[in-house]
Design a protein around this ligand. Structure first.
Ligand code: AMP
Length: 306
């Protein structure tokens, strides 16, 4: 297994409203969050994405400086970058999408760079399942394929989505989407149904309440770290999966035990993301801060049975 991680996803501009404030257009997109989280690990990470000519050089520079390979990022002249706007309610687990402007995404023909075709781990970030499938078709023989999605694609592309879900090893979705996909209330039952579609591992994210990892008949539960201040949950799911895949890629081993630690890595990464607006917190995150937070997660749920 090599330590190459190939990430597909959006590079975007977002406008966010939360009870704590409102942003103008800021850097966002699932590939951006995933890449920033994965850059904490000693791996070779390449992004496959698309941007318009309005995408600022400062933002591509930021990602390059983090060691991310952008040779799979296409620029479409005369078109605008993908734009998304969302509003969080007082319960920050509830989000309303205000606007989605696909822009360059409608013309996106993803090309996996030659040097990443043999990547051991592929992360299909939240995107049109047709594009996710097209990227998977270009990969040689990945050891692990991880997939994320969201309601936008579930609602409009259900048939294609099910087809791609059938080709992946790990499906990562939030609780609401798991219920939407399976028409079931129980998350345990939903995970069973999702595993039956193909993925050997199913991760159900529960926002501030943590995440569940399902594999065969085993369940691992990662707590949500109680934080004093949460400003903006945008990108939490993406940085979760970026931390998860980045860790596994660095470890070079895929077992249920490694996956448990990976889920904690992802949870720690998400806990940083939500503490500031947009990508701000991930941009300055250090390995030492990450290490300290992993210890906080460990002590949060550790106990002795006497
Ligand atoms: P998350 O909060 O982890 O679900 O991800 C938020 C990020 O996903 C934002 O930065 C958006 O730019 C991006 N995003 C929102 N809607 C979509 C969509 N339909 N397809 C792909 N990316 C999206």
């Amino acid at each position: 297994m090599n330590n190459k991680l190939l990430v597909l996803g959006t590079m975007a501009y977002d406008a966010i409203e939360s009870p704590f404030g409102k942003t103008g257009k800021i850097l966002g997109g699932c590939a951006t969050y995933i890449g920033l989280a994965a850059s904490q690990f000693k791996i070779d990470c390449g992004l496959v994405s698309v941007i318009g000519d309005d995408f600022e050089t400062a933002h591509t520079d930021l990602l390059t400086q983090k060691g991310l390979d952008l040779s799979g990022v296409a620029t479409i002249a005369g078109e605008k970058t993908f734009f998304w706007s969302g509003k969080y309610h007082n319960d920050l687990n509830i989000r309303t999408t205000l606007d989605t402007q696909l822009n360059v995404l409608t013309k996106f023909d993803p090309k996996v760079p030659e040097q990443f075709k043999d990547a051991s781990i592929v992360l299909l970030g939240n995107l049109d399942p047709n594009i996710q499938g097209a990227v998977l078709d270009q990969m040689k023989a990945p050891k692990l394929v991880v997939m994320d999605t969201m309601n936008f694609w579930i609602e409009s592309y259900r048939e294609k989505l099910d087809e791609v879900v059938g080709r992946v090893d790990v499906l990562s979705i939030n609780d609401e989407e798991a219920r939407q996909l399976t028409d079931t209330h129980s998350l345990v039952e939903a995970a069973k149904q999702l595993q039956a579609l193909g993925p050997r591992y199913v991760i159900i994210k529960k926002g501030e309440h943590g995440a569940l990892l399902f594999h065969e008949n085993k369940i691992f539960c990662a707590p949500g770290l109680p934080l004093e201040e949460v400003f903006d949950p945008t990108g939490a799911g993406d940085s979760f999966i970026g931390g998860f895949a980045g860790y596994l890629s660095q470890r070079g081993k895929i077992t249920f035990d490694e996956m448990k630690t990976a889920v904690i890595m992802g949870s720690a990464m998400a806990s940083f993301t939500v503490q500031k607006f947009g990508t701000e917190c991930l941009e300055t995150l250090t390995r030492e801060q990450l290490h300290q937070r992993i210890l906080a997660f460990k002590s949060l749920s550790e106990f002795e049975l006497t």
